[in-house]
Design a protein around this ligand. Structure first.
Ligand SMILES: [Zn+2]
Length: 112
């Protein structure tokens, strides 16, 4: 199963393909987009059957899951933004300067 987790500035999406075999033996390919902690129906953002050559645009999957199929007519939420490094979202802008190491002196002398 092709599966890819996308993280767009704190909003996560999981894209995956799965197949469903109908009673007459025909195998249908589906695309689904769900919340990363999907447990309930509300966590499924999008789910649709794919045509054989659907190849909808998805930035989130194109680098690492280029063979994951997306519906041509869109409808899914994730994958439209180019976030650069979608798995490395750290904001260091308000961290202290380099000479502000925490002082531990008070702790070691407390229990005398
Ligand atoms: Zn995708």
């Amino acid at each position: 199963m092709q599966r890819n987790i996308i993280d767009e500035y704190g909003k996560g999406y999981v894209h995956f393909n799965f197949t469903v075999k109908s009673l007459d033996g025909t195998v249908h390919l589906f695309f689904a987009e769900v919340h990363p902690d999907c447990r309930e129906v509300e966590d499924v953002y999008h789910c649709t059957a794919l045509n054989t050559i659907d190849s909808g645009h998805c930035i989130g999957c194109k680098d690492r899951r280029s063979n994951l199929h997306h519906p041509n007519d869109g409808g899914y939420l994730g994958g439209h933004k180019d976030v650069g490094f979608p798995f490395m979202e750290y904001d260091d802008s308000d961290s202290a300067g380099e000479d502000e190491w925490p002082t531990m002196i008070g702790l070691s002398e407390g229990d005398k």
